[in-house]
Structures are given as C-alpha cells and as structure tokens.
Design a binder for this molecule. Sequence first.
Ligand code: 5RP
Length: 230
Amino acid sequence: MTQIQEDGKRAAGEAALQYVPDGALIGLGTGSTVKYFIMALGEKVKAGFRVQAIPTSQATAHLAQKLNIPLLPFEGEWELDLAVDGADQVDSQFQLIKGGGGALLREKIVAAAARQFIVIVDEAKCVPVLGMPWPIPVEVIPFGWPNTQRHILGLGWASKLRKKNNEVVRTDEGNFILDVEVDRIEDAGTVEAQLNGIPGVVENGLFVNQTSMVIVGGTQGIHIKKRPAH
Ligand code: 5RP
C-alpha cells in the first residue's frame, strides 16, 4: 500500500461524511477505506450528531461500538437512508467487485437495504473492465464445497479456496470463500446470476446496479461520480 493510496482512502472516507444527514439510518461497510469514514463519523457523534448504524461485519461493529456509534439490531428490518462502503474494483459503469475483506454477504444485504449506496475508493481501484488480476470472491457453504467449486469450473472459471496463515478463512456467517478467476467481466449482471445459480453459493462479490455514487480519492483530490438515474 503506497502513501498515495492511503491518502486517497482517507480523503474519500472523510468526504463521504457530507452525505450523512443528522438522524440518518446508515449502513457501515467494511475495510481500510471505510474505517476512515467511520472514525470521522465517530467524531461527529461525539459532538452530538445523531445516527443509527448497521455494521456489515464483526470488525466494523467493534469499531463502531468503540466510537459509541449507536447500532441497529442485527436481526431487525432496516430501511437505511444510505450505506457507505469500499470496493476492490470499480468500473466505468459503476459496477463493483467487493469482498476482499470477506464481508460481501452482509455488505450486499446492507447495500440493498439503502436508498443510496455510496462507494469510497482510492483511484487505484478504478478499472476500465472488472476482472483479473482481481478475482470475484464467492461465499459458499462448507458442506460439499469442492462440488460447488467443480460447478464453477464447469462455467469455465478456476477458483481458489481462501486461506490465511494456512487456515481456511471463515466469514462472519461461518462460510468459506472461493476466489474465482474471471478475466474480463463485460456483463457483470450475467456473471453474478450464473454464480448465484450454483447450489452451495450463498452470494458473490459482484455488485451490479447498486451504486449511487463513487467518491474517488486521488492525487488530484476528491472526484465524485454520480450514477445517472435509471
Ligand atoms: C470487504 C470489502 C471492502 O470494501 C473491499 O475489500 C475494499 O477494502 P479496502 O477499503 O480495505 O481496500 O468488500 O469485504
């Protein structure tokens, strides 16, 4: 991670704060970019700003609790004013690959519950076309996971079971992640549907037509791109 990227993350994270109205119900994403947003939000809460938040991971929940940001119940039904989250890749059509941090399932549920989904990235995340060298993280249930992997291979895509320090990574829901290698994702909606159609797949990290706005932090400062209304 270069200093330029780190600065970009911070700038994007802090810039997202202007879109949070007092009293908002808000989804909090996961990762090193959204951490800057949450820390800045925590400062405002300390100064009397009112929000209620639903975190997309245990890690984010811990951070929010540490900052005294009030949390909504995990098993509730939420209608969120907005959700703010990072991404691993963003293309020119506002489609995303997410899940580098393994939180894609909760992230997608929260993004889908929000009227506005704001994505914050440093400029290294912006690509013309989604795909390798960044794989699509696919959350699968542990039961029979090699069968699930074989079905994915049947669609033409190799995948690797995600491990960390030689241990299989478990998501917050207790599932595994297969990192699926797709070269050029021209039609993200079709690939998303194909992956989710396989038995054993819980969700995948392609976020299609969900993004309302991308805030890019880069060497030239902040660049805000709004997705045209459909
Ligand atoms: C976690 C995610 C993150 O938003 C994504 O991996 C970007 O993370 P970072 O801001 O640390 O680069 O999808 O599941």
